[in-house]
Design a protein around this ligand. Structure first.
Ligand code: SF4
Length: 291
């Protein structure tokens, strides 16, 4: 049976950048704490732990003093930087530049939103680290929308600035945009766009992968999708594969592979999330080859 690896699979640029920054600091012999999981992948987390990276929670961070703490690719809200200042913590900045520029845009919009009694709407997943950072940047004007069922939170008589978490699905975001536009149209017939400013903030590293994954999933008899169980990007990209090929399986470790999945297969494709290390994808492909 032929086994192919999808060429685009592996860390996205932001995660690769954060891991590189962590590795460089650790190799310099520094004691580095990382605020939250640097990447939603257990095996990669174990590898970095072996290099000396200490992952801490936000509760632990609040009590920490006089240390070095790495901010991962998802970014952090302003309150984290405030705590660091108070506790004499040196921040090692590894926020993805794309997320960082999104936070900056929101901070700029906050000035207008305050002047115009507007609303900053973030379409994202509740509790996700990046979303917590974006809502922090939006201050008291931020409103989280997780789906169409949340749109009642928006006051359609006031201006709306709309952003999406970088890893959201584009089709879902388009639906949110259209529904908000229709709701605003009712309040301001003919001029909904006077009240709505939409920012296209879905990351190309994710949205660009969807069409390629679709083709890859169609070209293979069986698809093995490798991702950490708590990676939202992983679940989203796996759904893309599953929609094209119902012989798609989600695994986090090579040991989860079931040989029966390949009983009638002429070929298999291995792919992963933007948080899945390339070495793990290769290890999974080798395991399948042995089967
Ligand atoms: S998905 Fe895009 S925005 Fe998010 S960390 Fe990766 S490169 Fe950055």
């Amino acid at each position: 049976m032929k086994v192919d690896i999808e060429p685009g699979s592996g860390f996205c640029f932001g995660v690769e950048n954060a891991v590189r920054i962590a590795e460089e600091a650790l190799r310099a012999g520094e004691k580095i704490f990382c605020l939250g999981e640097i990447v939603h992948n257990d095996l990669e987390m174990d590898r970095l732990k072996d290099l000396g990276l200490i992952t801490i929670s936000h509760e632990y961070f609040a009590r920490l003093r006089d240390s070095k703490v790495l901010i991962r690719a998802h970014g952090e809200p302003p309150s984290t930087y405030e705590t660091a200042r108070k506790n004499n913590i040196t921040i090692i900045e590894a926020t993805c530049p794309i997320v960082h520029s999104l936070q900056e845009k929101i901070r700029l919009v906050l000035v207008s939103a305050r002047e115009n009694d507007g609303q900053i709407v973030i379409f994202g997943k509740e509790g996700h680290a990046e979303v917590i950072g974006l809502l922090g940047a939006a201050g008291e004007k931020g409103i989280l929308v997780t789906g169409l069922h949340d749109l009642h939170k928006i006051d359609c008589t006031r201006r709306v600035w709309l952003f999406a978490q970088t890893t959201k699905n584009k089709a879902e975001y388009d639906m949110i945009i259209e529904t908000i536009r229709r709701n605003l149209e009712k309040m301001s017939p003919g001029h909904p766009d006077n009240f709505l400013k939409v920012y296209n903030t879905i990351c190309g590293q994710v949205s660009g992968r969807e069409p390629k994954l679709r083709i890859f999933a169609r070209q293979h008899d069986v698809i093995i999708f490798v991702s950490g169980k708590n990676s939202s990007n992983g679940h989203m990209l796996y759904e893309v594969c599953l929609n094209e090929n119902n012989h798609s399986y989600f695994i986090s470790h090579p040991e989860e592979i079931n040989p029966e999945w390949f009983s009638n297969a002429g070929n298999a494709g291995v792919c992963g999330a933007t948080s899945t290390p390339r070495w793990l994808i290769h290890k999974v492909a080798e395991t399948i080859e042995k089967i």
